[in-house]
Design a protein around this ligand. Structure first.
Ligand SMILES: [Zn+2]
Length: 315
């Protein structure tokens, strides 16, 4: 089954949704980076969720979903580009690296001291568009201070708090497949009462939610998105749009790494060159290595030659 992202609209247009199913993409994400078993499911679900959120927005740029932890898992990141190119990475606390005894629940993995956070960043593709990067951050806890049980619950809370959109999110993962379903009440549809004999947006959303809740993880993982939509919403006049094709794609490049070295500064780069003979940068998303020897590094800073020397010892 090919990887798919499918947008749809239900009934009278008060409810919209997105489904995603990743198989080849998920295999490639795991081939590029190996994740401890306890973390792999979360990373896969984050990749699926980033595609679902990107699919629900009209935004020309990257959507970056981050989980920042204060436990064994320090950071997990999934990024979705406007064409649904996906990449992901995760960073464990050094003490837990390669451990098979990791906890798999969110609280123990990410929120040991209650400082875990979920952040969503929208990074415009074209800086000239005038759009500013936007970031929303939420804690991983509910109103009672308990860690939410799943990534899906964290993101539902995020959407309710930050975007004021009633949402239902289902995510499932195994070693071969990650899948997800996002249902949302259309923004602005809240006050609609419908025509005579019609249903309100509240009723439409409640019914769609109720139907989606009957879906088992196994079905979400095994069936094609269109089959799931047909099965769940066959009475709802679902309008299903042309499937889109998510895939693995890393946006790293030699030019971007050169830009990082420029930010690091000539002094720091020369010190690494003196120690190691070359600067070796490895992309933490895809594993691609970028090596800069002394000549390459000089090239990186060539445009700075006409600027005044930074170090007083230079002559
Ligand atoms: Zn890369």
């Amino acid at each position: 089954m090919s990887d798919q992202l499918v947008k749809f609209m239900l009934g009278t247009g008060h409810v919209r949704g997105v489904m995603v199913r990743l198989e080849a993409t998920w295999a490639e994400l795991q081939r590029r980076r190996s994740y401890p078993q306890a973390v792999a499911g979360l990373v896969g679900q984050m990749a699926a969720a980033s595609a679902l959120l990107a699919g629900s927005l009209k935004f020309d740029g990257a959507l970056i979903l981050q989980m920042q932890g204060d436990g064994p898992l320090k950071l997990a990141v999934a990024e979705c580009q406007p064409d649904f190119g996906l990449r992901a990475t995760a960073k464990m606390d050094a003490a837990f690296d390669d451990s098979s005894a990791l906890p798999s629940d969110l609280a123990a993995l990410l929120n040991t001291h209650g400082q875990g956070r979920c952040a969503i960043t929208l990074d415009p593709r074209n800086p000239q568009s005038g759009l500013q990067p936007y970031q929303g951050i939420v804690a991983l806890t509910d109103a009672q201070g308990h860690t939410l049980p799943t990534l899906a619950a964290v993101l539902e809370q995020y959407l309710a708090q930050s975007e004021q959109i009633d949402s239902m999110l289902l995510l499932a993962s195994n070693a071969q497949v990650v899948s997800g379903l996002l249902l949302q009440r259309m923004p602005g549809a809240q006050q609609a009462t419908g025509a005579a004999g019609g249903n309100s947006a509240d009723d439409d959303f409640a019914r769609a939610r109720h139907l989606a809740a009957t879906l088992q993880d196994d079905e979400l993982l095994q069936l094609a998105p269109e089959d799931i939509l047909r099965r769940l919403f066959w009475e709802e006049e679902a309008r299903v749009f042309e499937p889109l094709a998510p895939r693995f794609h890393c946006t790293c490049s030699r030019a971007r790494v050169a830009g990082m070295l420029r930010m690091l500064g000539r002094g720091e780069v020369e010190s690494i060159l003196a120690d190691q003979g070359e600067v070796d940068v490895r992309c933490e998303f895809c594993g691609q290595g970028y090596a800069f020897d002394a000549i390459d590094a000089a090239q990186v800073f060539v445009n700075e030659l006409d600027q005044p020397p930074v170090s007083p010892s230079r002559h």
